[in-house]
Design a protein around this ligand. Structure first.
Ligand SMILES: [Zn+2]
Length: 474
């Protein structure tokens, strides 16, 4: 234990820092919420975060290999552990909503995953950790990784492949959620692929015999993949899709080109590979049958999270010290309105995904308290590119309640809550918990030593393979 470490003193410095900086953090979060820039277009959001980090004494490198809106901000006061925080700031297309208790779409992009809170809250942790280390003369390095395009493009997996996280001793992250907990659950890995069909355009009424329809190929592929889903193991495999090019605007033109875009999520590399190879067979078979040609384009990919018990336990202790967000009666009444159209059974189903099965949870519109269930050995039914840094260094994952119980991320209530006091409270709880955990990892060598030993043990049994590296049917 570092001789300058004193848990009461650390808590006092952190509380003082948040009292002094609360308004500035809320303003930063709201600015990113209003900008609502989508993946790889987060220029102004990245600028807002990097300006703030520079003004607080961090050295910033904006623009990493092939990723102009990614950045690393670093502060170092001597030899010691390197603690990295993961920040995000991308929005979702067409998810803009006014702050109101009924859905009022703005027609713009929006923060329906709360990444504005994530970006600003993580910054608060890095900046407050610096303050503690300066005041108590604790040596080490802090890094804030500005990670773009989480929603669309798995930028962190690319950053991991490029070696951007190298030299990190531990990684800390948080994400907005509908309840408050530390997660030991893994996640689903993800592989994206597109089938681009090329046919022959012709007049659909006068010369249909000359045409070969790429749209038909897309529709038949979509149907065949749906049939295939009845015949694959019920093993947390998710196949979702968007028809990103329907072949044109006019029914009188036979579609010469059309595209279907798939996201395949699975709990293991073997499952991903197996399912994707069967989908490729379908697309090739349909191309043959429709006399079109298919081009297969592989897209973003990310791994499953490798959880770390040593960091998670330390984080949960710190979360309990900070305490859960405390809601006012007005906030509870407002949240209840956001959720009033969701049936109790659907809410229960949503919470059961996270192993929250106590029916009393549904009696309150906003989650109170802290769930001590870390969902160890569980699998979160979603994918995140935060998984890939967890294979580089041990990682702790925190989730803080900032939306109605039973609501879904990527929905309008999340956009609304992320731009108001409900989200701001979650952001502060997360920021304080992350900074306490960072200081623990730097000042108490045992926690970090255990975390690293556990990480090494897991990696020895299961080495990291770049998630892009599946063996596809030729
Ligand atoms: Zn998200």
């Amino acid at each position: 234990m570092n001789k300058n470490y004193n848990s009461e003193k650390v808590f006092e410095i952190i509380s003082g820092w948040f009292d002094e900086n609360r308004e500035a953090l809320i303003a930063l979060s709201n600015r990113i919420w209003n900008l609502a820039e989508v993946g790889y277009k987060e220029t102004l959001s990245a600028e807002a975060l990097t300006n703030e980090l520079k003004s607080r004494g961090f050295t910033v490198k904006l623009g990493l290999k092939n990723l102009p809106t990614a950045f690393v901000a670093q502060w170092c006061n001597g030899t010691g552990p390197v603690i990295s925080f993961l920040g995000e700031y991308d929005a979702l297309p067409n998810m803009g909503y006014e702050i109101a208790d009924a859905p009022k779409p703005t027609g713009k992009n929006g923060h329906a995953c709360g990444h504005n809170l994530l970006g600003a809250g993580t910054l608060s942790a890095a900046a407050a950790a610096k303050e503690v280390m300066e005041k108590l003369n604790i040596k080490g390095t802090l890094r804030y990784y500005g990670c773009p395009a989480e929603e669309c493009c798995a930028a962190k997996a690319e950053m991991a492949a490029n070696g951007d996280f190298d030299g990190t001793d531990a990684v800390l992250r948080w994400h907005p959620q509908n309840f408050t907990y530390v997660s030991m659950a893994s996640t689903l890995r993800l592989n994206e692929l597109r089938f681009r069909f090329r046919g022959i355009s012709a007049h659909a009424q006068t010369q249909p015999h000359l045409g070969r329809s790429a749209l038909d190929a897309v529709i038949l592929t979509d149907i065949a993949v749906k049939y295939m889903r009845e015949l694959i193991p019920d093993n947390h495999i998710r196949i979702s899709r968007a028809i990103t090019n329907g072949g044109g605007q006019l029914p009188t033109v036979i579609a010469g080109y059309a595209e279907i875009f798939y996201a395949v999520s699975a709990a293991s590399r073997e499952d991903s590979q197996n399912v994707i190879n069967r989908m490729i067979k379908i697309a090739k078979g349909i191309a043959m049958a429709t006399e079109t040609e298919v081009e297969i384009v592989y897209g973003a990919a990310c791994s499953e999270v490798l959880p770390n018990k040593a960091i998670s336990e330390c984080m949960l202790e710190n979360l309990k010290k900070v305490g859960a967000p405390k809601w006012t009666e007005e906030e509870k009444a407002f949240a209840a309105k956001l959720d009033e159209d969701t049936s109790p059974i659907d809410k229960a189903r949503t919470m059961a995904i996270y192993n929250i099965t106590d029916p009393r949870v549904l009696e309150t519109p906003l989650y109170e308290g802290i769930s001590e269930n870390m969902i160890e050995n569980g699998i979160g039914l979603f994918s995140t590119d935060s998984a890939d840094p967890s294979w580089v260094a041990p990682m702790g994952s925190l989730f803080a309640a900032c939306a109605p119980v039973g609501s879904s991320v990527h929905s309008w209530p999340f956009t609304v809550c992320s731009g108001m006091s409900i989200g701001h409270k979650a952001m502060e709880v997360a920021g304080k918990t992350l900074v306490l955990t960072a200081v623990n990892l730097i000042a108490n060598e045992n926690v970090l030593k255990n975390a690293k030993a556990e990480h090494k043990r897991l990696l020895a049994a299961r080495p990291y393979i770049n998630p892009q590296n599946l063996v596809f049917e030729s």
